[in-house]
Design a protein around this ligand. Structure first.
Ligand SMILES: [Zn+2]
Length: 248
């Protein structure tokens, strides 16, 4: 049995909508966005209606799902699959959502998550410096040069081309610092994650950069914290909206 089949039995249309509002992916409207009246209602065709000025708007307005065809349930399934770190192929099997759409959402999840976690002014680079927080528990990212005595790991993302002209990625790491305990922690991070990085296929150094930082977030945050951070990052409308889909 697929994840999709199980979920359909447990989550109806209304439960899905409520969940997405609860976690802040969808906005909760308490008054009319046109006239400010509080006499509004959630009506059919996924709309909200104002009973004073008679205007209507989509329940998905100002959210990542605005103008998207994906159902609420499928979106929740994609969130779950992404949280579990499932591949595009497995997610396609579990949800019946097309690989193309899954890739689009996973990329959006990743970029939102990373920018939310590490700061919105973050710019993709081909060289990433990681160090440990003061407490030594969390890995932090810095775009500044780190002093040689500070425990840190530098990862260079190197883009090459195969004979067929496909882009390939490899990396070089360099761990420095004088504290053995911290160095061991950084080594542990990379040992447990590099296999994911090696199998990830991005379409440019920027993709690889975001993926690498996603691995850091996953290393730092437990499952529940991870999904909370992810949904929080998707809640705002700070990021460029997904392209409008036909018929959406
Ligand atoms: Zn109104």
């Amino acid at each position: 049995m697929k994840l999709e089949d199980i979920s359909t039995n447990f989550m109806g249309v209304k439960e899905c909508k409520n969940y997405l509002r609860e976690v802040g992916v969808l906005r909760t409207f308490s008054k009319c966005i046109y006239c400010g009246s509080k006499q509004i209602g959630y009506i059919r065709r996924e709309k909200v209606k104002c009973y004073i000025c008679k205007m209507e708007w989509a329940q998905r307005k100002d959210s990542i799902l605005e103008n998207q065809n994906l159902s609420d349930l499928s979106f929740i399934l994609l969130l779950k699959c992404y949280q579990l770190g499932l591949s595009v192929e497995t997610t396609n099997f579990e949800t019946s959502v097309s690989s193309k759409i899954i890739k689009k959402y996973f990329k959006y999840f990743r970029n939102s998550l990373v920018l939310y976690y590490f700061g919105e002014d973050l710019k993709p680079q081909d060289s990433v410096n990681l160090s440990l927080s003061q407490s030594g528990e969390k890995i932090t990212f810095t775009d500044k040069e780190i002093l040689p005595i500070e425990p840190s790991m530098k990862i260079d993302i190197i883009q090459t081309k195969s004979i067929k002209g496909e882009y390939l990625y490899k990396y070089e790491t360099q761990i420095t610092g004088s504290s053995t305990k911290y160095i061991t922690e950084l080594q542990r991070f990379w040992r447990s994650r590099k296999q994911y990085f090696e199998t990830f296929t991005g379409f440019g150094v920027a993709d690889m950069f975001y993926y690498l930082l996603e691995l850091v977030v996953r290393y730092n945050e437990e499952d529940q914290d991870f999904i909370d951070i992810l949904t929080d990052s998707l809640g705002g409308s700070k990021y460029p909206a997904l392209e409008k889909e036909n018929g959406g």
